[in-house]
Design a protein around this ligand. Structure first.
Ligand code: F6P
Length: 544
């Protein structure tokens, strides 16, 4: 497919930004703030309960103007419309991309090939809600008649990271009578540790896999079946009471032996890393209940509507994306740190790693041409304040520019003494220290000896966004996730790459499948790899 967009570096706004960068790169945030006393109020935007302060970025009004122009020249508006319209924008897999339909209200109409998909989405949600009521109400019984007390989600990538993140994020709202575990790694330890203290008679496995072919998930699901049958005396009928599946493939679910009446479906127009609000979120729904799950979807939808309709100059995902591009492509920053000051969001950076890097870690445009600019930065992070006592040293005084996203909340879910004020003081202090630093004169004025001064100087001018919301609720979480989803989409649109395929994970999968029999073979297999791989395989075989 040929796109009609000018190559990125030939767009007028890109050229203007290249010249503009040279003029503003030396400007210091100290001076920018001193010159404009209202800057901290001016460079802000708010939607769906999220307040974004982007004033501590190395930008002027002109920068924003040019970046918005770039979005326009990149055809962003048309791309957004194409996604919401259900066009097959995932061109390499010839698929529509409609995670926004997963959170559309019942009366919405979103069509794929002329068919409104919203009724199907709501039918699955109803089925999930009904199942949840039976499990939580004790009506769904295990094989021996005991109610379910443990839920184990088996999945990997998008079939794990979203569910784990959401469970941790919304734990405060979860049914504490149920225990939730998540098994993803093919390293058997993951399964062993997750199940060692569980009673099979009270345990429900959710096998979550869009394709139902993923090696890790299928291997873990087989081990789960063995574990269950061993624990329950070997009666194969137990599987039906202890396994449910979430997948797009009815045939493969049936072939595995799970009753398809206990399957929750979704569709090929939902990408794995965009699926936590589909049936892949079954564990989330079991944990927080159907009403709160709907509130989560409501938060997603509010941000979707904002992204679809708001002018770019106050469109949160667009602004966040443009700032990411500003640092990535003009300042040459290689990473973005995401730093939630909220312990419940401890898995949010891990979740974002897949969302951002599996989406935009691409080196060719939609037309197949190799790009001559950088695409996705590396996203990483840890919750504050822990990170402060670990890697913040590098962010403050290292040689690399690391734009940061701070995420914080006005109220703690379970207030404890002074903790929340101290936590919040830290997040504000970090953004302030990064932006304004401490000059040599200020250090000297404190009586620091000359030789020590350079070590204590903070050059500042290190950019950050702060996202502030009143409280971590299901709705806020939905809005926050959708904010990043659409920021990723916007970045991909400007780079003219396809954020919805992931060919880069294929080669390793194929090679691993080839190597497995070489490791398991009783007799030394003929090895035809490179000398390093051959040697490692031989050594491994000798060790096992
Ligand atoms: O690692 C590649 C990938 O296809 C991800 O995109 C996906 O989220 C994950 O594997 C799991 O896939 P599935 O849900 O089909 O098991």
């Amino acid at each position: 497919m040929k796109t009609t967009i000018n190559p990125l570096t030939r767009r007028p706004a890109w050229k203007a930004l290249t010249a503009h960068y040279k003029a503003v790169k030396a400007l210091h945030l100290r001076d920018l703030f001193a010159a404009d006393p209202k800057r901290g109020e001016r460079f802000t935007a708010e939607e769906a309960g999220l307040f974004l302060d982007y004033s501590k970025n190395r930008i002027t009004g002109e920068t924003v103007k040019l970046l918005l122009q770039l979005a326009k020249e990149s055809g962003l508006r048309e791309r957004i419309n194409a996604m919401f319209r259900g066009d097959r924008i995932n061109i390499t897999e010839n698929r529509a991309v409609l995670h926004v339909a997963l959170r559309a209200p019942k009366d919405a109409c979103i069509t794929v090939d002329g068919k409104n998909v919203v009724p199907e989405v709501h039918a699955v949600l109803e089925k999930m809600a009904g199942f949840c009521r039976r499990v939580r109400g004790g009506k769904w019984k295990g094989h021996t008649g005991k109610p379910i007390r443990n839920v184990v989600n088996i999945g990997i990538g998008g079939s794990d990271l979203g569910p784990v993140m959401a469970y941790e994020a919304l734990r405060h709202y979860s049914d504490r009578a149920l225990t939730f575990r998540f098994v993803s790694n093919v390293d058997g330890i993951d399964f062993v540790e997750a199940t060692r203290d569980l009673d099979p008679a009270e345990t429900l496995f959710i096998v979550s896999s869009k394709t139902f072919t993923t090696l890790e998930t299928m291997t873990n699901a087989e081990s789960a079946r063995k574990w269950l049958l061993q624990g329950l005396g070997g009666d194969a009928r137990a599987v039906a009471r202890h396994f449910v599946a979430v997948s797009t493939s009815t045939e493969r679910v049936a072939a595995f032996g799970i009753d398809t009446a206990n399957m929750f479906g979704f569709w090929d127009w939902v990408g794995g890393r965009y699926s936590m609000d589909s049936a892949i979120g079954l564990s989330t729904l079991l944990a927080i209940g159907p009403e709160r799950f709907r509130a989560l979807l409501g938060g997603f939808h509010r941000m979707d509507e904002h992204f679809r309709t708001a002018p770019f100059e106050r469109n949160l995902p667009v602004l966040m994306a443009l700032l990411a591009i500003w640092y990535n492509d003009f300042f040459g920053a290689q990473t973005v740190a995401v730093l939630p000051y909220e312990q419940y969001l401890k898995r949010f950076p891990a979740y974002l790693q897949q969302l951002t890097m599996e989406s935009n870690g691409k080196r060719v445009t939609l037309d197949g041409a190799v790009v001559n600019y950088d695409t996705s930065p590396i996203y990483w992070g840890e919750p504050g304040t822990n990170g402060q006592h670990s890697f913040y040293q590098l962010i403050h005084q290292g040689t690399r520019l690391i734009p940061c996203d701070f995420i914080a909340f006005g109220r703690a879910l379970t207030p404890l003494g002074r903790h929340h004020d101290i936590l919040m003081a830290n997040v504000f202090a970090q953004a302030e220290a990064l932006a304004f630093g401490k000059t040599a004169a200020e250090v000297k004025a404190e009586g620091v000896p000359d030789w020590l001064v350079p070590h204590q100087v903070f050059e500042g001018n290190r950019p950050s966004n702060t996202i502030l919301a009143p409280q971590l609720t299901p709705e806020t979480l939905g809005a926050l996730i959708a904010l990043y989803e659409h920021s990723v989409f916007t970045q991909g649109a400007i780079w003219n790459i396809g954020p919805f395929d992931q060919w880069g994970v294929q080669l390793g999968k194929v090679l691993a499948q080839r190597i497995v029999p070489e490791l398991e073979s009783r007799t030394p297999p003929p090895l035809k790899h490179d000398s390093s791989t051959n040697n490692l395989i031989r050594r491994y075989r000798a060790m096992r």
